[in-house]
Write a protein that binds this ligand. Structure first.
Ligand code: F6P
Length: 363
């Protein structure tokens, strides 16, 4: 029997279980593949003894509707820059990929399917370059991986954000308030932009378009002056004013990226300091956007990605990332996909359409 290892890495995201199920179901149509899952990304492989689980059809039955990942995940312990404790108590950052590849090969693994975002796919690429047959599957609610129209999980995050936005509109209108809703997305404004269009926001602030506070204040005042006594703002966690930088970041040892969050409070204070008199309330949606069952669209992409990833393994097409391009499922070299971030184009169709709907980006 040949052995395939499946891992889910980075922040979790709705649809991970659907990918796992797709892989296992497709593999079960063959007679010569055993599928194993590593717990918490590659940590399960790096530990002694290894923490792995055999994935059978019965294990994955019905899991495509469940949020999270049955394998667990982590965004710490990146093997590319692994914080290794030294005998003298200090920590040294080391590259554990060569050791990891040797270990996987010595344990008889013939291939790996790594489900994850840009950080995880950089790990896939490094393993592939050292001779490990790897296939990647693009995951993230942020939708910031290039080469694919959508990552799975993004549409579910937008749905959650949009549902919350609708609720904030009715309370903003009842109290004549300014409501600021902060969404995730790291340095990409996709969740904010889709939510603003879907919900009908007055103002949408995204990292790709640094905002001019005066423009934001004028937009709020004109809404009130026109007798529409409330304002709903969507702000992406990575957004910042023209004059400022991202203020709310926390670094964590062994973590791939810094932690964002709390920018809605910064904006709220900026508006108060600028003399906005209306009541302002802030809502940070946070991890509600990452949890829960995937919507049908994400279940479909994730399931097809799982099947296609297994088919790349069967066809021995390694170093590839499964992607959705122009409504078709195909693959691109992982190296190409991680070479650039997919961020919102300030001059693109979506931003222009949003402006056509009267949404201000503060520019
Ligand atoms: O990349 C997904 C994401 O949810 C980002 O939108 C967010 O900035 C980050 O992960 C949060 O990470 P954590 O779950 O570690 O707080």
């Amino acid at each position: 029997m040949k052995k395939l290892l499946v891992t889910t890495g980075g922040g979790d995201c709705p649809g991970l279980n659907a990918v796992i199920r797709g892989i296992v179901k497709r593999a079960s149509l063959e007679s010569d593949w055993e599928i194993w899952g590593s717990f918490e990304a590659l940590n399960g492989v790096m530990e002694e003894p290894m923490r792995l689980t055999k994935l059978e059809e019965s294990t994955v039955s019905g899991i495509h509707v469940r949020g999270g990942t049955i394998l667990g995940t982590t965004n710490k312990g990146n093997p590319l820059s692994f914080p290794e404790k030294q005998a003298d108590g200090t920590t040294k950052i080391v590259n554990r990929i060569p050791w990891l590849v040797d270990r996987l090969k010595s344990k008889g693994f013939d291939a790996v399917i790594n489900i994850g975002g840009d950080g995880s796919q950089a790990i896939s690429q490094a393993m592939f370059e050292l001779g490990m047959p790897v296939v990647g599957v693009p995951k993230t609610i942020d939708n910031d991986l290039s080469s694919t129209d959508f990552t799975f999980g993004f549409q579910t995050a937008v749905q959650t954000a949009s549902d919350s936005f609708d609720r904030l509109v009715t309370t903003a209108s009842s109290h004549h308030r300014v409501m600021i809703m902060e969404v995730m997305g790291r340095n990409a404004g996709w969740i904010a932009l889709y939510t603003a269009i879907s919900g009908g926001a007055e103002i949408c602030l995204i990292p790709e378009i640094p905002y001019d506070l005066n423009v934001v204040v004028d937009r709020i005042r004109s809404r009130y002056n026109n007798g529409r006594g409330f304002v709903n703002i969507v702000i992406a966690e990575g957004a910042h004013a023209k004059e400022g930088s991202i203020t709310s970041t926390v670094g964590e040892e062994g973590r791939i990226a810094v932690r964002l969050g709390g920018v809605c409070y910064t904006l709220s204070q900026q508006l108060k300091d600028a003399g906005v008199e209306a009541d302002i309330r802030e809502t940070v949606l946070g991890h509600t956007q990452r949890g829960g069952t995937p919507i049908a669209f994400d279940r479909v992409i994730a399931s097809v990605f799982g099947v296609k990833a297994m088919e790349l393994v069967l066809g021995e097409k390694f170093g590839q990332l499964v992607v959705l391009q122009n409504n078709d499922y195909t693959s691109v070299p992982i190296k190409e996909a991680i070479s650039a971030y997919n961020v919102v184009d300030p001059n693109g169709t979506l931003v222009q359409a949003a402006k056509g709907l009267g949404i201000s980006f503060g520019d």
